[in-house]
Write a protein that binds this ligand. Structure first.
Ligand code: UD2
Length: 319
């Protein structure tokens, strides 16, 4: 029985939501994070709890991973360098962390007799899709070193399942959004649009806004990850985790403008972003079959919830 889990990257955006859920469900939780992307405040409600342990360390470091794995029987491996742009500027670093780090955590997990290993992969492994919705057997042609690193790590997971019997599952996350998503020049389109609208500025669309994405709320992603811990059928598989809905960037801007209630603001179109894919949408048949996964939050509902949470958070920080 799984009672103690390790979440690598547990102080990050998705990781910290997963930690909240696991703590709520009564698991013992260890977080391994080097705080290169994650924030301590994302874990503040758990620090000092008897069934929570924080190990500040690096997934590339054998001793750090060994100590984080003590008594653990399942691993959620989310720690990674997540910026596509950074991967173009510094492919060696991304390879070290995302591939070397994963290999290190896999190897130590085998040594520590871990049962289940859930890996956070990405739709970046597909590259420009030949068709949508994208099923898992769609060709993988990553277009960035980041995508290559995620695909390489998936292969390691599969081999560790076949060769060492570690129960690995790879989840290909689509465009995840929700509270605690980082804000900065390279953060996702939803954070960008929200910041622009907060300042009373029009959302800036790169290109004509007809490009599409599959936006999935972090609560749905966490629910999918939990299913991957419990399902027997999913072992050794790669599985899409998205919303199964295709939304254009123009439509996203319109939804946010309506939610902000700002009349008269229209999105502004600017130069297309180099390397952008034109469409993306997950085929969820496999996730439904193997994980009984069903996304619950529509984009409108999820965005509304996210804005309410943000207002609450800002009031608390100011007050
Ligand atoms: C997502 C992931 C990335 C990787 C990739 C794989 C996020 C934040 N990033 O990149 O890690 O997995 O998928 O394909 O989930 N856009 C604007 N205005 C802005 C910002 C973005 O129009 O201010 C457009 C952008 O040109 C793109 C779309 O919005 O067409 C989504 O951009 P993104 O950066 O949120 O995510 P994406 O799909 O490039």
């Amino acid at each position: 029985m799984v009672d103690k889990v390790l979440v690598t990257g547990g102080a990050g955006f998705i990781g910290s939501h997963l930690v909240d859920r696991l703590m709520n469900e009564g698991f013992g939780v260890v977080v391994l994070d080097d705080f290169s992307g994650g924030k301590r405040e994302n874990l503040s409600s758990h620090l000092g709890e008897p069934n929570f342990c924080l190990v500040e360390g690096d997934v590339r470091n054998e001793a750090d991973v060994k100590s984080a794995l003590e008594g653990v029987n399942a691993v959620f491996h989310l720690a990674a360098t997540v910026s596509v742009d950074l991967s173009v500027k510094n492919p060696l670093l991304v390879n070290e962390v995302n591939v070397g780090g994963t290999l290190n955590v896999l190897r130590e997990s085998v040594r520590a007799d871990v049962k289940r290993f859930v890996y956070a992969s990405s739709c970046a492994v597909y590259g420009e899709p030949a068709h949508v919705p994208i099923s898992e057997d769609h060709p993988t042609k990553p277009t960035s070193p980041y995508g290559v690193s995620k695909l390489a790590a998936e292969h390691y997971c599969k081999v560790f399942c076949e060769v060492y019997g570690l129960e690995t599952v790879c989840l290909r996350f689509f465009n995840v959004y929700g509270p605690r998503q980082s804000m900065g020049p390279y953060s996702g389109v939803i954070s960008q649009f929200i910041e622009q609208l907060k300042r009373g500025k029009p959302p800036v669309i790169f290109g004509d806004g007809t490009q599409t994405r599959d936006f999935v709320h972090v609560d749905d992603v966490v629910a999918g990850a939990l299913c991957a811990l419990n399902s027997e059928e999913c072992v050794g598989n790669v599985i899409n985790v998205g919303s199964g809905k295709e939304t254009s960037i123009k439509k996203l801007a319109d939804i946010l403008i309506t939610l902000f209630g700002v009349q008269g603001i229209k999105p502004r179109c600017s130069t297309p972003r180099a390397g952008d894919i034109s469409r993306s949408c997950a085929d969820l048949s496999k996730a439904e079959r193997l994980l009984e996964y069903k996304p619950r939050l529509s984009l409108k509902k999820g965005l509304k919830q996210m804005l309410i949470e943000q207002v609450k958070h800002e009031n608390v920080s100011e007050g």
